[in-house]
Ligand binder design. Structure first.
Ligand SMILES: O=c1ccn([C@@H]2O[C@H](COP(=O)(O)OP(=O)(O)O[C@H]3O[C@H](CO)[C@H](O)[C@H](O)[C@H]3O)[C@@H](O)[C@H]2O)c(=O)[nH]1
Length: 371
């Protein structure tokens, strides 16, 4: 028997697909909704290939409340939601802010309204370390703890911090309303998961990140340089106050990140905390040059790069203090940067066209033979 049923919005995206897989592997039923704006339906087949279970899938836009209502009606067993569906390009968010607020904030409101209507009371929200902005503006806030004041430096980050507020207000109101009718209200809970920089792919080599169009994150861009789709990596600034002048981030393997969602879900169920924020990171910062070195090592040759101007909205250091998640969720990032680089390279080298090609036969056979 399934241990529960989870609606995963944005479940064909990068982190969403790994979380859907982890849920299925842990015995949950999974219902995915995604509008496929920046992802492929092939992800559903790959998830099934890896774990032998297929999530239900609906091609639905997160802002379409009527369509969400229909999904909850068809799946009355859904008792938790993990909410990823959003636009996520930091640069683009400053160019089309209204679209970012419409989808990220408006979509979250549609989802919360629909959850309320169907009495689904637990939500895990895909937030971002970007909500902290420049934590170096405070003394002693690197590595960044959850109590660091938030202050996003770009539109994308502001949509994420706005949704955190919307969820917090919504859960508090539901709890207060329940109390008025003599109930405890403790069934209403939310986890705000602030991710640091997701990296890597599935070790099987059949599931990974496949952004449509031009990628904008460091590792997918580096992977494109390695495979010859891009001449060189542009390094955005070498005049930061770090050991080598390039900016510092906390790169976390996507498999560890996915596990973080499961433990957060369990925590909500077992502890009824109301609203809680947790950092999901490794606690270890790496510079852009560290990453070029680490990825070049698994590829087996030096990858070309050129230092250019800083990117607008970037900050010096986003390294997590993950102690709270370590203690409360009993969760810890276990995989290394080398694992993430090796898995990303296996995925990229063997699937240059991402989900637009069949996965290598030997990978499929290995999965089918349970290797
Ligand atoms: O071509 C590139 C791309 C990136 N970088 C640098 O590499 C680092 C990482 O950049 P990414 O674009 O990969 O990631 P960000 O840290 O900007 O943001 C990412 O991590 C955040 C949390 O830290 C949020 O999760 C956000 O959604 C996600 O895009 C930054 O110092 C950036 O300046 C380059 O030098 N060249």
């Amino acid at each position: 028997m399934a241990v529960g049923s989870v609606l995963v919005t944005g479940g064909t995206g990068y982190i969403g697909s790994f979380t859907a897989l982890a849920l299925l592997e842990a015995g949950y039923e999974v219902v995915i909704v995604d509008n496929l704006y920046n992802s492929s339906k092939e992800v559903i087949n790959r998830i099934e290939l890896i774990c032998g279970k297929r999530p239900a899938f609906y091609e639905i836009d997160i802002t379409d409340e009527a369509a969400l209502n229909k999904v909850f009606t068809e799946h009355p067993d859904i008792d938790n939601v993990i909410h990823f569906a959003a636009l996520k390009a930091v640069g683009e968010s400053g160019e089309i802010p209204l679209e970012y607020y419409r989808v990220n904030v408006g979509g979250s409101i549609s989802l919360l309204r629909s959850m309320t209507k169907h009495n689904v009371t637990n939500i895990v929200f895909s937030s971002s370390a970007t909500v902290y902005g420049d934590a170096t503006r405070f003394p002693n806030m690197i590595p960044i703890p959850e109590h660091c004041p938030i202050g996003p430096t770009n539109t994308y980050g502001r949509t994420k911090s706005t949704v955190e507020s919307v969820i917090t207000d919504c859960i508090e109101a539901q709890r207060n309303n329940a109390k008025k009718t003599g109930e405890s209200g403790e069934q209403w809970n939310a986890a705000l998961l602030r991710y640091f920089n997701p990296a890597g792919a599935h070790p099987s080599g059949v599931l990974g990140e496949d952004p449509l169009g031009v990628p904008y994150n460091l590792l997918p861009l580096l992977a494109q340089v390695a495979i010859g789709k891009r001449e060189k990596l542009l390094v955005f600034g070498d005049d930061y106050a770090s050991k080598d002048g390039t900016a510092i981030r906390d790169y976390i393997h996507v498999l560890d990140l996915a596990k973080g969602h499961l433990v957060a879900l369990n925590y909500l169920r077992d502890h009824h905390p109301g609203v809680k924020a947790w950092n999901l990171g490794t606690g270890k910062g790496s510079t852009v040059f560290d990453m070029i070195k680490a990825f070049s090592k698994v590829v087996g040759r030096d990858l070309p790069y050129q230092v250019v101007e800083r990117r607008q909205g970037d900050v010096l250091d986003l390294t997590a203090n993950p102690s709270l998640a370590n203690q409360e969720l009993k969760w810890k990032a276990e995989l290394t940067l080398e694992d993430a680089c090796a898995d990303l390279w296996r995925w990229t080298e063997n699937n240059p066209e991402g989900y637009n090609q069949d996965p290598p036969k030997e990978f499929v056979d290995a999965l089918k033979n349970g290797k």
